[in-house]
Structures are given as structure tokens and as C-alpha cells.
Design a protein around this ligand. Structure first.
Ligand code: NAP
Length: 279
């Protein structure tokens, strides 16, 4: 299925690894010119090189241009990487300067730490709200009017299954992401008339660096092997396995497709059936 987005421009945040990276790769495979953002340079460079390979044409020998963090991808698709903290005003400015008029925006950032709400200060809450609620809203604010003017826009926010089924120790995440979800629910109904959709993807358990670290720490704390700790996490997932980030990327690419213009304000749970409700 051709998703009809060849030649569109995408800004994909927190995308050198994990779910953001998977979204960037899936969009690049559809011929989208992708700008990825992350803080660490090494992983950014690696992912940028991977983007070049999946771009239309599959030519791996395209030389980098003068700027070491900007390369022209295979088939002439311009992919670029921006080293920035997307949760800061300066970081967002840098990202938007590199990709000022995206047709596709994927918002993402690291999740807040777990803990007990009794220990969290106002500063902890502000940090979580900044990263997982206000950063996506600022990015939407900066890009949505251009999308409306061009009569095409696809915004996908990476949130969490915890929006639908809160996880007690992730109170900062539950709160901040629920705030974003409520905001998006209203705005998404205002923009769809102009072929600009806004949706959220809610990951359950996906095989990313972050989850490997979490499961590794759980294994160590419980004195078990990594595989045993992972099996414990998987026990409650009807699919009987952890999710593959490429599955997540494919869902994102579809939500960004020309064909998905009638889907807006939705919260897609990708959790292998873990959420037990009828809907
Ligand atoms: P990951 O594998 O650790 O990858 C995170 C990516 O985001 C990296 O590229 C990282 O690069 C970048 N990043 C983090 N903070 C950033 C910032 N402030 N500015 C710019 N880039 C930043 O994590 P993941 O598993 O893909 O998770 C992505 C999001 O989904 C998180 O919010 C997480 O809480 C949520 N989530 C994930 C799962 C899951 O199963 N994987 C489940 C539920 C929710 P740098 O560190 O170099 O910046």
C-alpha cells in the first residue's frame, strides 16, 4: 500500500533510538524527508545513516554534505539530524529552524522517572509537564497553522498505555500525558476539516533500550536472569511477546498517510492485547 506521503517533510522528536527511531524509519521508507531530534550525537549519526539506506532508491553511497549532521538520503530525500533537547525552548527553536514547515510532526521525549507522589516536588511536576505535555503542545502550536494553510498535516503524539490504564509508580507520566490527551481531544476536532489530523499512539511494552534497561534493573533487583524478568513482564500480555518497534513505526506511518485523513483525536493502544477492556 502506497501511503501517499512521498516528498512530505516530517519532524520526528526523540528519534535516535526506540519508538521515535522506528517512526522515523517507517516514514523514510515511504519517501518522507525526515528530520530527527535527540540529545546524543553518536546515536543520531547512526540513525541518520540508517535513514539514508531506507530512503527511496536504497543507495548507501550518498556522501554527506558540508554539515556533519545533515545528509542527503537515498533517492534525493533530504534527511537531517538535529542535536537538541526538545523539552527546552532553545531545543525546540533549533529543531524548528531545521524543519520549519513540517507536514508531519511526531512528538516524543523521554518519560518521567517512577516514584511515590509524596516525594515529588513542584519542580518534579513542572519537569514532567514540560517534557510530556507542554513540549508537544508548543510544537503543535508552532506547526499546525502551516499545516492548515497547506491543507495537509499529520500530528502523532507518542504517549503511553498508562494514559488508559495508569501505572501507580508512574504518576508523573499518568498526569502529564493525560493532560496532553485532553488537550489534543479538543484541538483534533478543530483541525480535521483542513485535512490536519492529531492522534496519539499508546505503547504498551516495546523492545527498546529504555525497556531493556528497566527489565535489566528489575532482573538485578530480584536476583533473576534478564529472560526470567522479561517473561514475568510478558506473562500478562495476550500476544505472549514484547512488541517490536517496527510494528509501532508502521502504525505511526499509517496514521500519517494520505488515507488516514478521517482519523483524528484517537488514542491507539499498541499493547498486544494487554488492556482487558472491550473498548
Ligand atoms: P528509548 O529507547 O530510551 O529512546 C528514547 C529516545 O528519545 C532516544 O533517541 C533519546 O536520545 C531521545 N530523547 C530522550 N529525551 C530527549 C529529549 N529531552 N530531547 C530530545 N531527545 C530525547 O525510549 P523509548 O522506549 O523509545 O520511549 C519513548 C517514549 O515512549 C518515552 O516517553 C517512554 O516513556 C514512552 N513509552 C515507551 C514504552 C516502551 O515500551 N518502550 C512504553 C510506554 C511508554 P537522547 O537520550 O540522546 O536524547
Amino acid at each position: 500500500m502506497d501511503l501517499g506521503i512521498r516528498g512530505k517533510r516530517a519532524l520526528v522528536c526523540a528519534a535516535s533510538k526506540g519508538l521515535g527511531r522506528a517512526c522515523a524509519l517507517a516514514l523514510a521508507a515511504e519517501g518522507v524527508a525526515v528530520t530527527i531530534v535527540a540529545r546524543g550525537e553518536a546515536a543520531l549519526q547512526t540513525t541518520l545513516a540508517e535513514l539514508q539506506k531506507v530512503g527511496a532508491g536504497g543507495n548507501e553511497d550518498v556522501p554527506p554534505d558540508a554539515d556533519s549532521l545533515r545528509k542527503v538520503g537515498a533517492g534525493g530525500t533530504a534527511h537531517q539530524a538535529v542535536m537538541a533537547d526538545i523539552t527546552t525552548p532553545e531545543g525546540r527553536k533549533k529543531a524548528l529552524a531545521a524543519c520549519p514547515d513540517p507536514d508531519i510532526l511526531v512528538t516524543n521525549a523521554g518519560g518521567p522517572p517512577p516514584g511515590d507522589f509524596r516525594d515529588w516536588t513542584r519542580e518534579d511536576w513542572i519537569r514532567a509537564l514540560d517534557a510530556n505535555m507542554l513540549t508537544p503542545i508548543e510544537l503543535i502550536k508552532a506547526t499546525v497553522d502551516g499545516m492548515i494553510a497547506r491543507r495537509f498535516g499529520r500530528i502523532v503524539n507518542i504517549t503511553s498505555a498508562a494514559v488508559k490504564a495508569p501505572i501507580d509508580v508512574l504518576g508523573l507520566s499518568n498526569g502529564a500525558r493525560a493532560g496532553l490527551t485532553g488537550f489534543v481531544a479538543g484541538l483534533a476536532r478543530k483541525t480535521v476539516r483542513y485535512n490536519v489530523t492529531i492522534n496519539n499512539l499508546l505503547p504498551g511494552l516495546f523492545d527498546t533500550d529504555r525497556i531493556r534497561n528497566v527489565v535489566g534493573a528489575q532482573a538485578q533487583a530480584k536476583g533473576m536472569s534478564y529472560d526470567e524478568a522479561l517473561a514475568e513482564r510478558i506473562a500478562n500480555i495476550p500476544a505472549g511477546r514484547i512488541g517490536d518497534p517496527t510494528e509501532f513505526g508502521a502504525a505511526c506511518a499509517f496514521l500519517c498517510s494520505a488515507q488516514a485523513g478521517y482519523i483524528t483525536g484517537q488514542n491507539w493502544l499498541l499493547d498486544g492485547g494487554a488492556y482487558p477492556g472491550t473498548f
